[in-house]
Design a binder for this molecule. Sequence first.
Ligand code: GLP
Length: 243
Amino acid sequence: MRIIEAKDYADMSRKAAGIIAAQVVLKPECVLGLATGSTPIGAYDRLVEMYEAGDLDFSGVSTANLDEYKGLDRENDQSYYYFMHKHLFDRINIDPVRTNVPNGMEPDSGKECRRYEELIESLGGVDLQLLGLGHNGHIGFNEPAEVFDKETHCVDLTESTIEANKRFFASVDDVPRQAYTMGIGTIMRARKILVVASGEDKAEIVAKAFYGDVTPAVPASILQMHPDVTVVADAAALSKIPR
Ligand code: GLP
């Protein structure tokens, strides 16, 4: 595991975007696994700038997003489909046909999860998976549990996640209670993983996930077992790691 310390959020975003850009330059037909949440927004902005400057071409890139709320349609401004189009896809020359987000409107969980796993496989797997970190150590929507859920599945969101994500909704009652998410196995099959973390509120979980025990109680801790993980975090997020 490589830990790269950034000065602040802006620096973290530049460094993370640089790593994603390098992947696209080295393999123009790559598959990017993408994430939502507030942390990656700055990195997406930097990628858009590189595209606008003529330094990046996304025409051959395919994407697979980590997760989606169950029950939100694409027009809902809190859906991850909407988020990805707003922050990235509509601002670069990616072919919309090559962008993939789990379908939150498919009521049959088994069917949607199978479809998504097969889709990732048919793309040849994910070359670089971007991840944010939930305060409870969740990645995608893999919540703390007794076992690691391996494949794409439907999860019941924990109270702490509902609480953390209510800031994006009119009220806590509007936060969906379920989501589709890539499983831990799906994430671990990515050839490379890039984790972004920013702010003091992430310091504790960063230390726990990357320096603590590997346990499904802290889903991100499994990343310690992956052969190619880069964590880009700002000084505040790294303030509790053992030095
Ligand atoms: C959500 C997403 C995660 C994300 C997490 C952290 O729950 N499903 O993929 O990593 O929030 O979000 P933030 O970056 O806003 O702290």
